[in-house]
Design a protein around this ligand. Structure first.
Ligand code: MSP
Length: 478
């Protein structure tokens, strides 16, 4: 599975963290099910192009020095969020550059021609804008930037010729775009007029040179998309992971992934990815998160406030995966208190306290049983045919319903009221606490992909001969 490779013109923000976290959760889930060697989770950084060169200049650095400084910031942020990719690719890696060049050579004769490109270019998106896309003469995603009018001699890729094939393969289900609304959008756009695209730049020196024309560099998107393939070819032992099972991104770059990317692969005679999933875009307190509005939250800020697992939980449970949504810090605080500090955290200390007072032996627990509801998560988290595919928020909801159910069960049974002197009642208490511990064990296992540290900490309770009360709260109060 893959995430987009992010531009290094700035440090990572919450938007980047959102996609990467979702991929991490799925990768962990698959590793649990299929074993670590059967999963390859790839992410990385997109380091070429005019936008990056401009950012480097602003910082008074050479592009290479600049990208070498920013790329590790992404790796650090992923570490802080306990996101564990199997490989982090950087497009300035000479091994990537070499394979990307080879692919371009391979498709050159049949699919590349010379032409003149004229149009409005958005540097933020690194793409030409069509009249239809522009809103009041600007790029809708970068309204504070003026698009540049550019006219250049470039090399072109025959996307128009490949469009009917893309449409056919999509309709026949050779690969799929999800959620379904996005599939429909792409199909209808494919049925309209698809234009060839320029795949080289004459005015941009920060890039991979076009092998047969050193005055041009390869268009940044063209080689960036190829990262998904090149990594499987140069990282030892990963060839078998081609084609990808799942490619994740937000809807802003779906056309590149759903149409241009498969076209490149068809031209290069490579198998297509199986599923392309575009999730929504989020805003912060109703506003688009942007530097110019001054409302950017860094992933680190959230980690400082809510801890690593708190951040993972809040980001993923806040709204349906796939849809657009709004991040609201007040709601985060409420949810942290309700679901984590007073919810799971309190439940764990409650159960372990009860277990401790009984000196409950852990070998008396039957922790092999399986809760059907929790098991259910797998059916939709991993099955692209399922209508709730990738609904990470729903998976969390199922786990939290189990947590709340267990809390209610304990409150109802009131095992702490049973007197140790009365044998029958003591037995009743043991049964209730034993059952609660068994279910807690299952909850902890189910939590691993989502809240790995919390899961580990709860499982530790069961690694001792007797239950002891957990001293440090799992989720300290804010
Ligand atoms: N470099 C290209 C991608 C090349 S992939 C071959 C790029 N980079 S980006 O840094 O702009 O990242 C875009 C991606 O970041 C989105 O598709 C999404 O995965 C994530 N997000 C950025 N902002 C986001 C939100 N506000 N909300 C949700 N996801 C966001 O495009």
């Amino acid at each position: 599975m893959t995430t987009p490779i992010y531009y290094v013109n700035d440090v990572p923000h919450l938007g980047h963290a959102y996609t990467t976290l979702a991929a991490d959760i799925l990768a962990r889930f698959e590793r649990q099910r299929l074993d670590v060697n059967n999963v390859f989770f790839l992410t990385g950084t997109d380091e070429h192009g005019a936008n990056i060169a401009q950012a480097a200049e602003k910082h008074g650095k050479s592009p290479q020095a600049y990208v070498d400084e920013v790329a590790p910031r992404f790796q650090e942020t992923w570490q802080k969020l306990n996101i564990k990719p199997d490989y982090f690719i950087r497009t300035t890696d000479p091994r990537h550059e070499k394979i990307a060049t080879q692919i371009l050579e391979k498709i050159r004769e049949r699919y590349i021609y010379e032409g003149v490109y004229e149009g409005w270019y958005c540097l933020g998106c690194e793409k030409f804008l069509t009249e239809l896309e522009m809103v009041e003469g600007k790029c809708p995603l970068h309204p504070t930037r003026e698009p540049d009018f550019q006219k250049e001699e470039n090399y072109f890729f025959k996307l128009k010729e490949l469009a009917p094939q893309i449409l056919r393969r999509l309709e026949e289900g050779e690969y799929q775009i999800l959620p379904t609304e996005r599939h429909n959008e792409i199909i209808s756009r494919l049925k309209q007029d698809v234009e060839d695209i320029s795949i080289s730049r004459a005015g941009v020196s920060w890039g991979i040179p076009v092998p047969w024309d050193k005055n041009q560099t390869i268009y940044v998107w063209f080689e960036a998309l190829l990262n998904y393939y090149t990594a499987t070819q140069f990282v030892a032992g990963k060839q078998e992971f081609w084609p990808p099972g799942l490619q994740l991104m937000a809807k802003d770059i779906l056309w590149f992934h759903a149409v241009i990317w498969p076209a490149i692969l068809i031209a290069a005679e490579l198998p297509l990815p199986k599923t392309i999933f575009a999730h929504g875009f989020f805003t912060l307190n109703g506003q688009k998160m942007s530097k110019s509005l001054g409302n950017v939250i860094s992933p680190e800020e959230l980690v400082q406030k809510f801890g690593v697992d708190g951040t993972r939980y809040l980001l993923m449970s806040q709204y349906p995966f796939g849809a657009d949504g709004d991040i609201n810090l007040d709601k985060f605080k409420e949810k942290y208190k309700g679901d984590l500090a007073d919810g799971l955290g309190n439940l764990v200390s409650r159960i372990t306290k009860l277990g401790e007072s009984l000196s409950f032996p852990t070998d008396k627990l039957d922790i092999s049983q399986e809760n059907v509801t929790i098991k259910n998560i797998e059916t939709f988290l991993l099955d692209p045919e399922h209508p709730n595919f990738l609904r990470i928020d729903l998976a969390l909801d199922i786990i939290w319903r189990t947590i709340r159910g267990l809390d209610t069960y304990i409150s109802k049974e009131r095992p702490w009221e049973n007197e140790a002197s009365d044998d029958k009642r003591k037995l009743g208490k043991i049964v209730v606490v034993g059952h609660a511990l068994e279910l807690l064990h299952e909850i902890a296992e189910a939590l691993e992909p989502f809240l790995p540290e919390t899961s580990k900490n709860i499982l530790l309770i069961f690694n001792q001969p007797k239950i002891t009360k957990i001293e440090k709260p799992l989720f300290p109060r804010l």
